[in-house]
Design a protein around this ligand. Structure first.
Ligand code: SAH
Length: 463
């Protein structure tokens, strides 16, 4: 294919050429947007209002990419990032944007998707739910372990779009207890000559350090993901980790595959319980290393309370919680409903959901394993409509709901649909379909589950 030449002021634009621009927008992935004579450039680490020196890194026909060389005049929303490695680390994309501006950006992102993709002209948008303290909010971390070019043991997070580990023992969004755990694991590995995993040749032992923390209970889990079946001198690690306040569970997870997947299927407990417990509101949940569990407990509570409010339950309703995971939303709603049915594709998650119902004394929740788009129509038909929903809650993964599922929901014709979404684009697509088929969008509210990243969660009510 012939390479496109992009022209500026009569001359071709070439790689590494520098320009001074004003940043005008922010993409859905958090990159700054600048224009060169109408030609669009995406500039990582730049934010609207910055006047900046940028250098071209790549040009395509419709748009190009540039790197931020220097901020000449900072945007009024620019702040000093909390982490010294914020620019290199791929974990956060927006630490240099003030938190208030992050919230406005996320709210706007939801509105843009609903307008552009959903075709909605009036959006019943409520104020986005932000965090009071948007740091150290995560209850789960997965640190890759490796060595730097001098062979020194390092842990941290990957750089954006790569598997290069940015060495850092402190993370601005993770639980503070991790700052004490990482040095203990590293010292243990050094003292006993335990190798780190090298994905280029599939050799070495320790791949990741997984930690989980109970926000309410303060229980701590440490799980070493290893390329093997056993951790030599594991008892020494157990001994050293005893000094961590709240330590409840020390496990290994075996992952011997050549894969980007972090966790393998098999866990072994070295010490303590094989799970930790935590609460969201009054509900208690058991969380094992392999379970999906929302990572921001403070915001999860707000999200579920909003879902509960939107569901408008009086105690007489049959509620379907589709894509229910370990039943977190189901159990949250169960106290206010007649009957809950949860559907989830991962069998282990349904086992956890049943167990969680039991430990909370909840008897009006039933759970089914399977694809929601198959289970829902099947149960609806088998029961001759007796299992028809009064309220449907969906919380799908990023790709949104399957068309077959939405069709069955339309057939069931619930009074209310509560849509919880982690991707405003697929949310807008699905809402468009539901609203073309009889439903009306009544309420929309963003919830910031992932401060300093470009992600945003949305709750919607349809009637
Ligand atoms: N509602 C839960 C989990 C939401 S995450 C919570 O708040 O914790 C989305 C869930 O959908 C994941 O647990 C994933 O395993 C599940 N999932 C993905 N595809 C599915 C499908 N086709 N049918 C049912 N569940 C599915």
């Amino acid at each position: 294919m012939k390479k496109e030449t992009i022209m500026f002021e009569g001359k071709p634009v070439v790689k590494n050429q520098e320009f001074t621009v004003t940043i005008e927008g922010l993409t859905a992935e958090g990159a700054g947007v600048a224009k060169l004579d109408g030609y669009t450039l995406f500039v990582k680490d730049a934010i609207p209002g910055d006047v900046a020196r940028i250098a071209i890194t790549k040009t395509k026909k419709q748009y190009g990419f540039a790197r931020l060389v220097e901020v000449l005049e900072p945007s009024k929303d620019r702040v000093e990032p909390a982490c010294p490695v914020a620019k290199q680390c791929g974990g956060c994309q927006l630490q240099h944007l003030s938190y208030e501006a992050q919230l406005l950006y996320k709210q706007q992102k939801i509105a843009d998707c609903l307008t552009r993709i959903g075709g909605f002209s009036e959006i019943p948008m409520e104020e986005i739910m932000g965090m009071e303290e948007p740091y150290h909010y995560r209850n789960k971390a997965q640190y890759p372990v490796g060595v730097d070019k001098d062979g020194k043991l390092i842990t941290g997070f990957y750089a954006g779009r790569s598997h290069t580990i940015i060495d850092s023992s402190h993370c601005g969004i993770q639980a503070k207890v991790n700052d004490a755990i990482l040095p203990i694991v590293k010292a243990f590995m050094q003292e006993y000559g335990i190798s780190s995993y090298d994905e280029s040749n599939h050799k070495g032992l320790v791949r990741h350090i997984l930690t989980r923390v109970g926000y309410v209970t303060k229980e701590v889990m440490v799980c070493l993901v290893i390329n093997g079946n056993q951790l030599p001198q594991g008892e020494k690690l157990v001994e050293a980790l005893q000094q961590i306040p709240g330590i409840t569970s020390i496990t290994i997870n075996c992952n011997k595959e050549k894969t980007n997947r972090i966790l393998g299927d098999y866990c072994k407990t070295l010490w303590g319980q094989d799970y930790i417990t935590d609460y969201i509101g009054e509900c208690k949940y058991q969380i094992s290393p392999l379970s999906f569990y929302q990572v921001n407990p403070v915001q999860t509570k707000k999200l579920y309370e909003t879902a509960l409010e939107y569901a408008g339950l009086t105690g007489d309703e049959i509620v379907w919680d589709l894509y229910c995971g370990i039943g977190t939303i189901s159990l949250f709603l169960a106290q206010k409903a007649k009957q809950i049915y949860g559907v989830e594709i991962v069998p282990q998650a349904i086992a956890d959901a049943k167990e969680n119902a039991k430990i909370n004394g909840i008897t009006n929740a039933d759970f089914f394993v399977g694809a929601a788009e198959e289970v829902l129509p099947e149960k609806y038909q088998q029961s001759n409509g007796a299992m028809a929903a009064d309220v449907v809650v969906v919380d799908p993964p990023r790709k949104g709901c399957d068309q077959a599922l939405l069709e069955t929901v339309l057939k069931m014709a619930p009074q209310r649909i509560v849509y919880v979404s982690c991707d405003p684009a697929t949310l807008a697509r699905d809402l468009k379909y539901l609203c073309e088929n009889g439903y009306g969008l009544q309420r929309v509210r963003g919830c910031d589950m992932f401060a300093h990243s470009y992600h945003v969660e949305t709750v919607c009510l349809l009637k």
